[in-house]
Design a protein around this ligand. Structure first.
Ligand SMILES: Cc1cc2nc3c(=O)[nH]c(=O)nc-3n(C[C@H](O)[C@H](O)[C@H](O)COP(=O)(O)OP(=O)(O)OC[C@H]3O[C@@H](n4cnc5c(N)ncnc54)[C@H](O)[C@@H]3O)c2cc1C
Length: 411
């Protein structure tokens, strides 16, 4: 070993979820380190790539509690209304922020902007959080009192020891594998094609979610005159869509999406992502917590993955902060049990809702298609049901962490 370092907490993965946890713990007195394989602002960064994501209103509250919202406010686009429909069928449901007395139901942000904000913030926390980047986890050794991570950086081998290791290293998590946590996978047989699109008409802050027979298609408002497209297609068709010239791509998209945004004029760089549900069978493992995609990778329908991951981060940060105040070991089973028990219901609900939506809306059985249309139309005229749906989308279901209630963790 070239060097050995000791911390209270070691976060593997400085993507959206790992970086959020490091920022949330600032001021806790816990000494933390983040190990990230790819520089946060590099073109090839897998978390802060060409995508844009929808942040729920609850996520805004958590970022505000963490002191990050002021850096994000100017680069997000508010979602003032959500419009849900089915391709080629009747029935529409609309959710409007003004019905709930809010300025927005959520916000759209480019992942690269998130990367920029996290990189800046982590730099300002350099006395509390040590960032090893680019550096890659190679091995983990779980001892009774500490975990030792073997990390490669600049040709050196480092031993990083901590009371708790947090796996935030994405869907193909090495931490999960090294800790022998089993996982279950369901391949949806779909891929998401993403791109930025310039519509002919202003988006007016409306996010469109349109269910088609090949999967959901979302057009999210982005900036003044662009939309972020997430188009789910049957696996195998994405290569053809990526290879089309811009004009042919836009005409295919127009046929699927319709004319609610007028004539689609321009499309930017396209990229595709295979869609697989991955769930860690995460019963308690002392000295280990899995968060974000490492714990569960979801279908992007309804934009729930990161929002759920951030609620987990807010809860874990609170549990660790309180444990620290009581002088408890942050990796102790009793501390981790508090976090797992708290978050189980929300996690199960979000997996069930996203997975259920995909299965329900891609089922071609004609009576079901008709029932879906009727359901969307009925939902639109039933305010209490809409309120439940809006609460779920905004991330307000279940017990809220202090950060989500706008309180500081030291409260
Ligand atoms: C098309 C699409 C659209 C989406 N839209 C939304 C949306 O609108 N709203 C929403 O909430 N969610 C959305 N999501 C989900 C969201 O992208 C994920 O929830 C989020 O990226 C999870 O972040 P993460 O940090 O857990 O994992 P990742 O983003 O995968 O980051 C993992 C990090 O770990 C690093 N890493 C991996 N292995 C190692 C190693 N051995 N050593 C060191 N570092 C390592 C990687 O370099 C990476 O930076 C979408 C997903 C897709 C695919």
């Amino acid at each position: 070993m070239d060097e050995t370092h000791d911390y209270d907490l070691l976060i593997i993965g400085g993507g959206m979820v790992g970086a959020s946890l490091a920022c949330a713990l600032a001021g806790s007195g816990l000494r933390a380190a983040v190990v990230e394989a790819v520089p946060l602002r590099a073109q090839e960064q897998p978390s802060y790539d060409d995508r844009s994501i929808a942040l729920a209103y609850g996520t805004r509250c958590i970022f505000a509690g963490m002191g990050l919202w002021s850096s994000l406010r100017d680069v997000v686009t508010p979602i003032r209304c959500i419009h849900v429909s089915q391709h080629g069928r009747f029935g529409v449901t609309r959710l409007a922020a003004k019905d709930y007395g809010l300025e927005a139901l959520g916000y759209v942000v480019e992942n690269r902007e998130l990367g920029r904000v996290f990189a800046q913030h982590l730099k300002s926390l350099d006395k509390e959080v040590t960032l090893f980047c680019p550096a890659r986890l190679q091995a983990l050794d779980f001892g009774a009192e500490r975990v030792t991570a073997t990390v490669e950086q600049d040709g050196k081998t480092l031993a990083l020891r901590a009371a708790l290791v947090v796996g935030a290293d994405g869907g193909r998590s090495l931490v999960r594998r090294l800790a022998a946590v089993p996982s279950r996978e369901w391949d949806y047989g779909q891929s998401a094609v993403i791109a930025n699109v310039t519509p002919g008409r202003p988006h007016d802050g409306v996010a469109y979610e349109r269910f088609t027979d090949s999967g959901p298609l979302a057009m999210l408002p982005l900036g003044r005159n662009r939309c972020a497209l997430v188009w789910t297609v049957a696996r195998g068709s994405e290569d053809e869509l990526l290879a089309l010239d811009d004009e042919a791509f836009l005409s295919r998209l127009q046929a699927r999406f319709g004319r609610r945004l007028g004539t689609l004029r321009k499309v930017g760089r396209r990229q595709a992502y295979p869609l697989i549900l991955i769930r860690a069978e995460h019963s308690l493992v002392p000295r280990l917590a899995l968060v974000g995609n490492a714990a569960r990778t979801l279908h992007p329908v309804a934009g729930q993955g990161f929002n759920l991951g951030l609620r987990d981060v807010a809860a874990l940060a609170e549990v660790l902060w309180d444990a620290r105040r009581r002088g408890e070991d942050p990796g102790a089973a009793a501390v981790l049990r508090r976090y797992l028990d708290w978050r189980r219901d929300d996690q199960r609900r979000v997996v069930a809702v996203t997975d259920g939506l995909v299965r329900l809306f891609t089922n071609p059985f004609p009576p079901l298609a008709w029932a879906r249309s009727l359901g969307l139309a009925l939902l639109d005229v039933l305010p209490p049901c809409k309120r439940l749906l809006a609460r779920q989308f905004m991330g307000f279901a279940g017990r809220q962490p202090r950060l989500a209630r706008g309180l500081r963790l030291e409260y």
